[in-house]
Design a protein around this ligand. Sequence first.
Ligand SMILES: Nc1ncnc2c1ncn2[C@@H]1O[C@H](COP(=O)(O)OP(=O)(O)OP(=O)(O)O)[C@@H](O)[C@H]1O
Ligand SMILES: [Mg+2]
Length: 277
Amino acid sequence: MHIIETQDLCHTYKGNIDALKNISFIAPRNTRIAIIGPNGAGKSTLFKHFNGVLRPTSGKVLIRGEPITKENIREVRRTVGLVFQNPDDQIFSPTVEQDVAFGPINMGLDEEAVKHRVSEALRTVGLSEYRTRVPHHLSGGEKKRVAIAGIIAMEPQVLVLDEPTAGLDPQGVREIIRVIRDFSVRYGMTVIFSTHNISLVAELAEYIYVMNNGSFVAKGTVAEIFSQPDLLSSVRLDLPILPKLISSLRSQGIAIDMGYTYQEAETAFLKAFGKIA
Ligand SMILES: Nc1ncnc2c1ncn2[C@@H]1O[C@H](COP(=O)(O)OP(=O)(O)OP(=O)(O)O)[C@@H](O)[C@H]1O
Ligand SMILES: [Mg+2]
């Protein structure tokens, strides 16, 4: 049984806006999935179906094989943690600490456990010093981290992040990459994220779904999707700079392996320069 599955999911907003058209999607356990596509493709709309924020116009959303109902919605939200694209949609408590504690308290954890979860989550996102700050007055990137902390404090089985690095400084982006990798490896957590940062896709995703106009137009591994530059440009994306450079060198007859992540590209260059076998 898959942890998240949608079958022919359609979502029509008021005004006859077809944001999702027959989306069939499967998230197996313990994978990292990127959903990429241009503005308005339907990524955020799809994510809001994963934990029952939106209801299907038609089709199905199954969490561990079960449709989302009034009776199981709390359980669903415990299983699937969604970090919204806009942190202002998610943060509403008077202090950072209270905001991050909200989920764990709702789960019925005792005070000691809540305290522990909050400390760990704030430490993870680098905001240990921000406990008593007013979320409303934080910077965009700080708010984003509070929103992420609030969700990871619930230790969901699936972490859904809508543009997790938008607005973060480069160090912040690296920290979020580390956090997501850590969580998925340490807890065997499924991670689903959307992003316009194509390097992030290469570094984090094992599997990619490409969305356009409310539909999936392609799916595959990083190597499968990134080897189709025309597909990427059709959805207003571009290869990351290193594979782009390697691709150009290869087309000029230089013998070098393809590499999509920083690590793979470095290995490819070292090999091409005869530094390693
Ligand atoms: N509440 C709403 N009412 C009406 N239309 C909406 C609403 N929310 C989104 N839409 C429309 O649905 C479509 C999909 O929007 P969505 O936010 O899911 O796209 P996205 O892929 O997340 O885009 P972005 O990359 O800009 O975040 C867009 O055409 C958008 O204008
Ligand atoms: Mg969006």
